[in-house]
Design a protein around this ligand. Sequence first.
Ligand code: F6P
Length: 519
Amino acid sequence: MLKVWTRDVLGQFVRTRLTGHRLIVVSNREPFQHRRAGARIECIQPASGMATALDPLMRASGGLWIAHGSGDADRLTTDEFDRVPVPPSAPAYTLRRVWLTPDEEEGYYAGLSNQGLWPLCHNAFTRPRFDPDDWEMYRHVNRKFANAVLEEAGSDPTFVFIQDYHFGLLPRMLRDSGSNLVVAQFWHIPWPNREVFSAFPWKEELLEGMLGNDLLGFHLPHHCQNFLETVDCSIEAKVDMAGSEACRGGRCTMVRPFPIGIDFDEHVQAATSDEVGFHMQCWRNQLDLDNQVLGIGIDRLDYTKGIPERLRFFDRLFEQYPEYRGRLTFLQIAVPSRSSVPAYREADLEVEALAAKINFRWSRHSWKPIVLLKRHFAMPEMIALHRLAQFCLVTPLHDGMNLVSKEFVASRIDKDGVLILSRFAGAARELKDALLINPFSIEEGVSAIQAALTMPREERRRRMAKMRESVEHNNVYRWAGKFLSELARIEFPEYPEPIDVEFPQNCNAWNERILEVAV
Ligand code: F6P
């Protein structure tokens, strides 16, 4: 399949299509965080699918990224305008940090965003909490970010690209400012059906806030449909399902699906690096892989990721298939996340207790079936694991997309390895050659693991090759490029429809075409 979107193509696209405009990205999570490490200050890239996806776009385009400065050394590394050039090793764009007080962070982030909207939008059967004080703080922090955007944009024509559910009210605040902005938002998590959403006590205000966007993106068509139906039955607006837009007060919001991807090329390059080779050797020694088959899971420690359900698969597997006792190790990385939220602390305790219970039941001599590692790992360490594993379990109870599944596939330069994937992850629409399961079903989980362990090499290679093709093609540059194409067409309606799939026959011709259109 022809690969159209690359980092260079996107860079050229941004320079030519967004001409005369600034690009400002807004998110809660910052792409680079400075932390104290003893007497030193270290700069880390937080575990965030969103930040990982946006960083290549910003590197390609330059521009400004506004985010919450949450690192304990962030203030020490910013200038008097709260700005810092990033990435530190080779600055390509500017990060502007917004400071939040502990109360603001608690109400807007831990409260409304992560105890209200997060469980509401994910069907993981965790009850949302709707606290009016949190809502008030959410409003207040959205306003704080609006002020930062308006300050940075001034009167320049600017595209503002807002990320995620932390900023449902920000689009309307920007729209009502009367500034010269084209406003767009990508909602990185699912949108529930209208019955579920109707429980949200401030639904009219939130929807009105989101309809401040010119363009609103979700991962999947059915999230778009759910959103439009929610608008239709909740507020006065003209909803055009066929045209996929909602109009209110004379302004329309286009609602479109943009399934997100990863930087495939960079990932492949990393997978072949000496650094990854070094980590592979370390893991081999640490996990005794000369004598063990390895299965892996890599997730934020989040109750939507289905980690306890997944661990139970192994308990049942060792019961049903004694031949795997002593021979199979399942390594679960659980990156600590949102630990100020009670449901996350409970999930942590549950995972810890379950791993201990299964290990107590099945361990023999030096063999331990479950290795649970609860810390942040650098990408090369994780890619090394991808490359060593016979199978990878990505079994969220519900997930907008899930980039771990795509990272695993991209790492498999040998075209081997089996992906076991939840049907309820957005990625399942695309990675149809994974073994798709219902993550709530122990039977399906166990038979998928058994199938992965016995699958002939030819079949593994055939499935992996197809998935790699798809992940390579639907990469993050395509996601960003298609989103920005739609965005640019709002300002420049003469631009053609976003270019897709196999058109045109080669990238050079296409680059020329972009230039022609832009001139
Ligand atoms: O998936 C939604 C999301 O907000 C992502 O955008 C982000 O990668 C992830 O959750 C991490 O969340 P947090 O920023 O709260 O650690």
